[in-house]
Design a protein around this ligand. Sequence first.
Ligand code: MAN
Length: 359
Amino acid sequence: MITRRTNTCLFTPNDIVPSHPDLKVIGVFNPGVVRYDDEIILLVRVAEAAKEEREGLKSSPKLTGLDKGTPHYEIDWFEVDETYNDPRKYRLNNGYFRLSSISHLEIVRLNSDGKTVKSIEKLPDLFGQGPEENYGIEDPRITKIDDTFFITCVVVSEKMGVATALMSTKDFRSFTRHGVIFPWENKDVVLFPQKINNHYWAYIRPVGDLAIKSFSIMSAQSHNLHEWGEFAALLDGHSEGCWDSTRLGVAAPPIKTKEGWLFFYHEVIKLSDEEIGRYVIHAGLADLHNPNKILAHTSDPILVPELNFETHGFVPNVIFPTGVIEDKNNPDILQLFYGAADSMVAEVSISTQEVLASL
Ligand code: MAN
């Protein structure tokens, strides 16, 4: 484990105004992060659930459209399999799943220290739009390539299931959608901040039903950020446990260091199929000229959920970093921004040298 130099809780669901009178905010978490002028900008995931409760039924909100920037929702009610125990989703009696909440993104501006909030803003562009996003947008990761900020995010819909889509912006006021780039079922997609050997690169984490082995972090390459190929499997889970106990996913876009591309990734440790597990954090290092070559990774986690706001919340025992920036005043310090227990957003500062020494 490495030393937490500073650790700050930034904001909680109480700081967010619901987007509709029928909904309540149950979590604000998993922020994409970037330094922009004198500020640090976070794109945060806001999860909302129906306020109303009905006996014997569970609710799942979906977006039906935006009217002058205001989202419209419909709430579906289901009888569910009561033996399935995961606050994030329900298993319906026909075997299909529905989410217990719906997410959109909001823009949070922090002062340049990354520890104090200046403003939190809703933008119509950052709600799910159209049939590929009608169950919402989740877990954004931001990468600046040349003068454009590219955002990979999970989109959920009846049409496409759980997929990863691409958006871009130059000013964090208007956003362009580029559609789904990794279809069902792909999460934890991060882009590298520059071309390597004339290609754009991404780390991705596809999953499926017929697991021959644990799911790997993979790489993919592209000429244009839209069409991806050259897939290579890179990293498998490290821990012993049940068959899918070792799900991994890259946390945030890799950071260039003299030693290689430094990246952080989560590992889900669960001892049985029934439990959600603990989300712990590892670090890895990849060759600067070939991200398929993993030079080192930690075998023991560098961060585990241990503070009260990490071990308690909507999904207990979760640290889920989705953004990393270098401290402006101290080149050795990295600030990791993470969702804690799928409930709130926090920041932890760590030393790059200490992380590299642990590899
Ligand atoms: C999944 C994703 C994340 C979430 C974690 C922890 O990996 O849905 O959005 O934060 O689980 O619950």
